[in-house]
Design a protein around this ligand. Structure first.
Ligand SMILES: [Fe+2]
Ligand SMILES: [Fe+2]
Length: 169
């Protein structure tokens, strides 16, 4: 059933996925300028993935006879005091996105839009993977400590390959 309340939240999600992409792009650029090629590669790839999420929402909204709105995005933070602060921000942001997806699922149930609710399950599963992969990075950062960023920067690329092979959404 077409619900304008669900349409509104789906459009808000287009904006959030777009902002995720910009945020990770900004983080990638910071990491690149600080001389962390591995971390920046991980973040550039993450930015691409978020742009694809945004497009998934745009296509779904238009296919479902609503109207997708392409938003103006706010400017993301351009600098970070260190890599750990950056990845803590990634984690907070992914938790915010997970909560947002759950809110849309709840609204779909209220509005009896079971088609969209079903479509969103791919994103519910994706968010579990995203949070788990960022948690693995934070655990690794704690292990190597602040003085061995060379090793962390080298290892993070393979950590992405491990998780992205299972990506579906
Ligand atoms: Fe996303
Ligand atoms: Fe994400």
């Amino acid at each position: 059933m077409l619900s304008s309340k669900v349409e509104e939240l789906m459009n808000a999600q287009i904006e959030k996925e777009g902002y995720s992409s910009l945020l990770y792009l900004s983080m990638a650029s910071w990491a690149e300028s600080k001389g962390y090629p591995g971390i920046s590669e991980w973040l550039y790839a993450q930015a691409d993935e978020e742009k694809n999420h945004m497009l998934d929402f745009v296509h779904y909204v238009n296919d479902w006879l609503w109207k997708a709105v392409i938003p103006v995005l706010k400017k993301p933070t351009a600098s970070y005091s260190n890599v750990k602060v950056l990845f803590n921000d990634v984690m907070s942001h992914e938790q915010f996105i997970s909560a947002s997806i759950n809110d849309i699922v709840a609204m779909c149930m209220e509005e009896r839009d079971f088609t969209t609710q079903n479509w969103l399950q791919g994103f519910v599963a994706e968010q579990i993977e995203e949070e788990a992969s960022v948690q693995a990075i934070l655990d690794k950062l704690n292990l190597v400590g602040e003085h061995n960023m060379y090793m962390f920067d080298r290892d993070i690329v393979s950590m992405r390959n491990d998780s992205s092979s299972e990506d579906t959404a």
